[in-house]
Design a protein around this ligand. Sequence first.
Ligand code: COI
Length: 366
Amino acid sequence: TAHGVEFSQQLSANPKSAEERAEILANPGFGDYFTDNTVIVDYSVDAEGKGGWHSARVEAYGPISLDPSAAVFHYGQEIFEGLKAYRHADGSVWTFRPEANSARLNKSARRLALPELPEEYFLGAIRELVQADKEWVPSGDGEALYLRPFMIATEAFLGVRAAREVSFRVIASPAGNYFGGELKPVSIWISREYARAGRGGTGAAKCGGNYAASLIAQMEAEANGCKQVLFLDHFNDDAVEELGGMNVFFVMKDGSLVTPALTGTILEGVTRSSVIQVAKDMGREVAERKITLAEWREGVASGDIAEVFACGTAAVITPIGVLKDETEFIGSEDAKAGETTMAIREQLLGIQTGSIEDRHGWLTRL
Ligand code: COI
């Protein structure tokens, strides 16, 4: 193949019909539907202790059969990624900065004591799956095929050590707005009690455990009518970290942007880094620095902060309306999407969908 890795193919014998697919693509939502196929690459360590990736294949999407003692079920040895395939106006299908996701997967792998996956396997897997399931790439505004690569420890063994058998997989799901319905500003709940990550922990790794640990705070947010939860560093002046599943940006009165610096407890978002570049290309200054809850509160009150938005592969760029808890209310419930927020969203989506020039070589044709 183009990436030097051979994937054997046993495509689904039972793909969804064109009508079923069309019905799903008419209103894909987020994460509810999956394509007909999946990609798998296995890893094992041989008798000499040498590890290697093998059995790269495309096969029908379906349940995984694993031993109940598989390490992933007990110690959460798991990492994942998120990226998208976009349909351009001429029908061609492209993905965005897959090398960045491949590099981040391997960074997560090191932290979770999982084997690194050579980039050619990662890129090959994305290409193979999208080629098999090309019809599933939607073309509506803000829609794309969400790709979910993940790596799990499959070895059957209950001792606590790095597994010697591992599986890398990719699944794909047609996606519209992560928050459902039309794009509109979301409300965010302040997590006073729970933290997302601590120093030396796994906050910078994209591992399932981080998201499992966010759910109780996310439930609190939802019980209070909010769409996402904001995590702070309670031991560092309530510095803003990130939301349950996305990074956060501030648009200042002078047009510059501020986003929390990467401290090791924050997920290094590919969308975050792309927003920084796109904003600079638009002539804006971007500061990666500490920004506290107090600065958010005072900045909105004084007008120094003009807009706040969330960003991520799943979230794209979503305006934030209010930030609140039982004691605070920052922003406004009927806030309109900010102009700068929407301009950056348009630039980024324009590059991804081929209507704006790809100046940085971010796109790969699939
Ligand atoms: C993504 O944005 O791709 C993520 O992995 C975040 C998750 C909350 C959907």
